[in-house]
Design a protein. Structure first.
Length: 273
C-alpha cells in the first residue's frame, strides 16, 4: 500500500470512528425495478403542486405526475412527504429516489444533485399587499429598504434573489408556505419573492387580504425532477418517460387541471433533452 493510500485509509477510519456519516448511495434503476417501488418526495404544503385531499392523502399536480411516472415504469408509487428545506437532504440520504416539489433548476443545486429534462416552468414575482406595508412597494427596487420586512421559505429561489437585490431588507426565513402567508396576512411581514405558480393558489385562502403581485417578472426558471448525483440510469429513463408525457400532452393537461390556466411558458417539444 502506498503512503498516500495509507493516509487516505487512516482519514476514512478516523472519520468513521468519530461518528461522521458517509453519503448514502442511491438505489440504481435495477433496484427500483426489482423492488417494484418508486419513492417520490413531494411537498404537501405547496398547493396546487402538493396538497392534501379529503382523505388526508397527498394530492396535487406533483402527485398526478408521480402516479403517471410510476404507471409508465410499471412500479408502485410511494409518496414521501418532504418540505422545501429537506428535499435535497432526503435525496442525498437515499430516503427517496426522486424529488418533485417545484425544485427549480439552479447551478448550486446542480452541483449536488442531477436533474431530468424540464417538467414545467416557473416565473418569479414579488407578492405584497395593496396597503398596510411599512413602505409603499410599487416595484422590485422598493424592497431594498431597511424598513421592509421580507418573509421567505428556506431553500427557495427567492432567498438568493433577495441576497443579491434587496440586501437592506429585513428577512425572516420560515419552514413552509402557510406560515409565510399567515405572516403577510397578519401584518408581520410586507412582501415575499417567489414563483407565481407557488403563491397563486395559497392567496385564495386569505380572501380578506388585498394581495398585490407586481407586474414585473424577476426571472423565469426551468423545473426538473431531482435524482441523486450520478444516478444516471434512473435519470435517463425518467427523461424518456417525461418526453412521452409531454408528447401526449399529459403534463399540460394536468397543469390546467390543477392551476386552471395553461402553463405560462410551455416546455419545447425536444427529444434531445
Amino acid at each position: 500500500m502506498q503512503p498516500t493510500n495509507r493516509r487516505s485509509l487512516f482519514a476514512l477510519t478516523a472519520a468513521i470512528a468519530a461518528g461522521a456519516s458517509l453519503p448514502a448511495v442511491a438505489r440504481p434503476l435495477d433496484q427500483v425495478l426489482s423492488s417494484k417501488r418508486l419513492r417520490v418526495g413531494i411537498n404537501p404544503t405547496l398547493p396546487p403542486f402538493g396538497t392534501f385531499n379529503e382523505r388526508n392523502q397527498s394530492d396535487g399536480f406533483d402527485a398526478d405526475i408521480a402516479r403517471e411516472i410510476a404507471r409508465r415504469m410499471n412500479v408502485e408509487l410511494e409518496i414521501v412527504q418532504v418540505g422545501s428545506p429537506d428535499r435535497i437532504p432526503f435525496l442525498q440520504s437515499d430516503r427517496i429516489d426522486i424529488v418533485l416539489g417545484a425544485i427549480t433548476r439552479t447551478i448550486e443545486r446542480a452541483l449536488v444533485i442531477d436533474y431530468t429534462q424540464p417538467l414545467h416552468t416557473q416565473s418569479m414575482v414579488v407578492l405584497t399587499k395593496a396597503s398596510g406595508t411599512a413602505v409603499p412597494i410599487a416595484k422590485p427596487a422598493d424592497l431594498n429598504n431597511r424598513q421592509v420586512r421580507m418573509v421567505q421559505v428556506r431553500g427557495t429561489v427567492g432567498v438568493p434573489w433577495l441576497q443579491a437585490n434587496a440586501s437592506q431588507a429585513q428577512v425572516t426565513l420560515l419552514d413552509n408556505y402557510p406560515d409565510c402567508f399567515r405572516a403577510l396576512a397578519q401584518g408581520r411581514a410586507d412582501a415575499m419573492v417567489d414563483v407565481a405558480e407557488s403563491i397563486v393558489i395559497p392567496m385564495r385562502n386569505f380572501q380578506g387580504v388585498q394581495w398585490k403581485i407586481l407586474d414585473e417578472v424577476l426571472a423565469s426558471f426551468w423545473v426538473g425532477i431531482g435524482v441523486q448525483k450520478g444516478n444516471t440510469a434512473l435519470r435517463d429513463v425518467l427523461n424518456v418517460v417525461l418526453f412521452e408525457m409531454h408528447r401526449s400532452n399529459f403534463v399540460n393537461q394536468t397543469w390546467e387541471k390543477w392551476f386552471g390556466v395553461p402553463m405560462t411558458t410551455r416546455i419545447p417539444f425536444n427529444p434531445m433533452f
